[in-house]
Design a protein around this ligand. Structure first.
Ligand SMILES: [Zn+2]
Length: 339
């Protein structure tokens, strides 16, 4: 009997150990950049210095979400469950409940990728129509224009409404167990992001700075995740498709798209900022493997996909990826022809 495809695709144990070591050094660099940027925004003198600190801070906050929080919540940050569990609270630090993130991202999105009605990442009701089966509204005609600024509100939405809305849909047992942790996380986020800076600056300047930073981080995160799935290069599926064994590998390769970078500078920048999510195909095939192993895994994925007649999908560059998402928004915004 032929070996299951997934087994052939996964990196060996020593590659994973090496990748994890790199991930830990990378995480330290992200935390250092975050602390430096944060201190610079609050205590820096002069507009130029504050602006530079702000740029560093939004980069570090985005990298913390993609390169630390995302890995830890998948259980790939460490071999230790305990360490993953502690580090996963970086989601709460950034304003979103880690418990709800795991439910929506690890289960609803990863298992049911681009399956309409099950992948909750496709639900942007009433603002956007992201999949062919979703209901069309007249304002969707303009979604290719207005969704870009709306993406910026992703982080604020998580912090203020999204988690609370998700919590309402949970069972009473889940609510009893998770609600106090969710509230504690929001308090900690508000303490470092709003209350502490207000001790040194006016409340208005703190709120405005918070909004600008979260708009930039929210837009960056939304685009990083959208270009992998909501694009005209990916397939959209219906409930009932087979999601086990080699069929699951084929499903992830049909619904997920990587992003290539032409220069090594851009590759290094994407690697640090995007937590390896320019390799979303590899991430969807092996979410429990640290993202620092994806580049090594990529060659093997391409070879095995080609040998099995499965299309490996990749955007030629980040600009091509953004253009592909824009085309998809435009296509989904057209009024569907009634059959
Ligand atoms: Zn993931």
């Amino acid at each position: 009997m032929a070996e299951p495809l997934l087994k052939l695709l996964l990196p060996d144990a020593s590659t994973i150990t090496r990748a994890r070591r790199v991930l830990h050094w990378k995480a330290l660099s992200i935390v250092a950049a975050f602390a430096t940027g944060y201190a610079g925004v609050i205590f820096g003198h002069g507009v130029a210095l504050k602006l530079a600190a702000g740029v560093l801070f939004v980069h570090a906050a985005t990298a913390m979400a993609t390169g630390i929080m995302h890995d830890a919540n998948h259980g790939s940050f460490s071999r230790s469950k305990r360490v993953n569990s502690i580090v996963s609270y970086s989601a709460d630090w950034l304003g979103a409940s880690s418990h709800l993130w795991r439910q929506q991202h690890n289960v609803a999105h990863h298992h049911y990728t681009n399956i309409q009605g099950l992948d909750r990442d496709l639900e942007q009701d009433p603002f956007a129509r992201l999949a062919p089966d979703q209901a069309w509204k007249p304002w969707h005609r303009f979604q290719y224009l207005y969704m870009w600024p709306l993406y910026g509100f992703l982080q604020v939405k998580w912090f203020l409404f999204g988690d609370i809305n998700s919590m309402m849909r949970q069972t009473p047992e889940f609510r009893r167990a998770v609600l106090p942790k969710m509230i504690a996380g929001k308090v900690v986020h508000a303490a470092w992001a709003l209350v502490l800076p207000m001790m040194f600056h006016t409340w208005l300047s703190v709120v405005l700075t918070y909004l600008v930073c979260s708009l930039v981080v929210g837009a960056a995160l939304a685009v990083i995740f959208q270009v992998a799935h909501c694009v005209d290069k990916a397939e959209f599926m219906h409930e009932g498709v087979k999601l086990t064994g080699d069929a699951m590998v084929a499903h992830q390769l049909a619904t997920t798209v990587d992003v290539a970078s032409r220069s090594w500078v851009m590759r290094a920048y994407c690697w640090w900022l995007m937590g390896g999510l320019d390799h979303q195909v590899e991430h969807h095939l092996a979410p429990r493997v640290p993202h620092t192993a994806y580049r090594m895994m990529s060659k093997r994925v391409r070879t095995i996909a080609a040998a099995n007649d499965i299309q490996y999908r990749v955007h030629a560059s980040m600009a091509a990826a953004v253009a592909s998402h824009a085309r998809w928004l435009k296509m989904m915004g057209r009024k569907p022809v009634q059959s």
